[in-house]
Ligand binder design. Structure first.
Ligand code: NDP
Length: 298
């Protein structure tokens, strides 16, 4: 199988380089790649890459993910999150290739307490969420074979993320307050990459599996409880913190204004994916504890 991977150095892209390798020949690109264009800003270059490499599967892990910055750069976010996926979808259709793309819990308005299902009405609160939704719709409209995986609160041992920021702030600051009224599930880039490989394999054999799915680790938490869990694990591993886990304060979203609005309810119902692909999604704590072991024992 010939697989084109875009965004190879992002949190998920890095893990995909590992998980896709056993499936076939992987051409992994980023914006700076030379032999083939992997820059999602360059729509013509991107189309030429697909035509020249002629993949059977395209995995798009590249995205404009700077949620707050997107509010002041809507055109750039639209280009990368919607126009580039549209080009990939059009080219995939011509080749009869499968396009696997990632989307986000931020396509929802965050109301209520129930975990969102794939068929629930969308209502993004931010430019990032709106452009990711336009990307989903462009792929669906292009009529190519596709898998769209909506996920939430992604972390990885490599790159920057919330858990690492909490470890740094708790070591530097005298006090730490974290939002306690946004609910979701931290999801490891390694889990996303592994499930992606399983899903591609199954969907290549059974086209009825094509479509949109929610993919997140099991369980739920808030950023505040997530932060406390991270610091608890760090303390247990012998890390000295100025702010211990128990001292982390809880604040509301209203007390921490940001340029982009975030949904209060980011819970994703993952039953459709688990049933369709016969997979089981582990508790979020398992993956976070494992990632912390990896970074703290270096
Ligand atoms: P990252 O920000 O870690 O990775 C995104 C990658 O896209 C980066 O390597 C970035 O490169 C690359 N990129 C940005 N602009 C371009 C461009 N013009 N051309 C080529 N590559 C580009 O994101 P994640 O791995 O966490 O996200 C993977 C997917 O999951 C995305 O679709 C995202 O929207 C989605 N998602 C992420 C969540 C999260 O919490 N992170 C939550 C929900 C969904 P560089 O760093 O050099 O700019």
């Amino acid at each position: 199988m010939r697989i084109l991977l875009l965004g190879k150095n992002g949190q998920v892209g890095w893990e995909l380089q590992r998980s896709l390798a056993p499936l076939g020949q992987v051409l992994a690109l980023d914006a700076k790649s030379r032999d083939y264009c992997g820059d999602l800003n360059d729509l013509q270059g991107l189309a030429a890459t697909v035509q020249r490499f002629a993949p059977e599967v395209i995995v798009n892990a590249a995205a404009y993910t700077a949620v707050d910055k997107a509010e002041s750069e809507p055109d750039q976010a639209l280009r990368i999150n919607a126009e580039a996926p549209a080009v990939l979808a059009t080219e995939a259709r011509k080749l009869n290739a499968l396009l696997l793309h990632y989307s986000t819990d931020y396509v929802f308005d965050g109301k209520g307490n129930a975990p969102w299902q794939e068929s629930d009405p969308v209502g993004p609160l931010s430019v990032y969420g709106a452009t990711k939704l336009q990307g989903e719709q462009a792929i669906q409209d292009a009529g190519c074979a596709h898998l769209i995986l909506r996920t939430s609160w992604v972390y990885a041992a490599r790159g920057n993320n919330f858990a690492k920021t909490m470890l740094r702030l708790a070591a530097e600051r005298d006090s730490l307050n974290v939002i306690d009224d946004q609910f979701g599930a931290p999801t490891g880039a390694d889990l996303l990459a592994d499930v992606t490989a399983h899903a591609i394999r199954a969907a290549r054999l059974n086209p009825q599996l094509h479509g949109i799915y929610h993919l997140a680790a099991a369980g739920e938490t808030t950023w505040h409880r997530y932060a406390r869990f991270v610091l608890e694990q760090a303390q247990a591993a012998g890390v000295v913190l100025k702010v211990p886990s128990a001292a982390v304060g809880a604040i509301t979203t209203a007390a921490y204004p940001t340029p982009a609005k975030r949904p209060g309810n980011s819970r994703l119902n993952t039953q459709k994916l688990q049933n369709a692909f016969s997979l089981r999604l582990p508790d979020w704590q398992d993956g976070v504890a494992r990632m912390l072991k990896e970074i703290l024992e270096k």
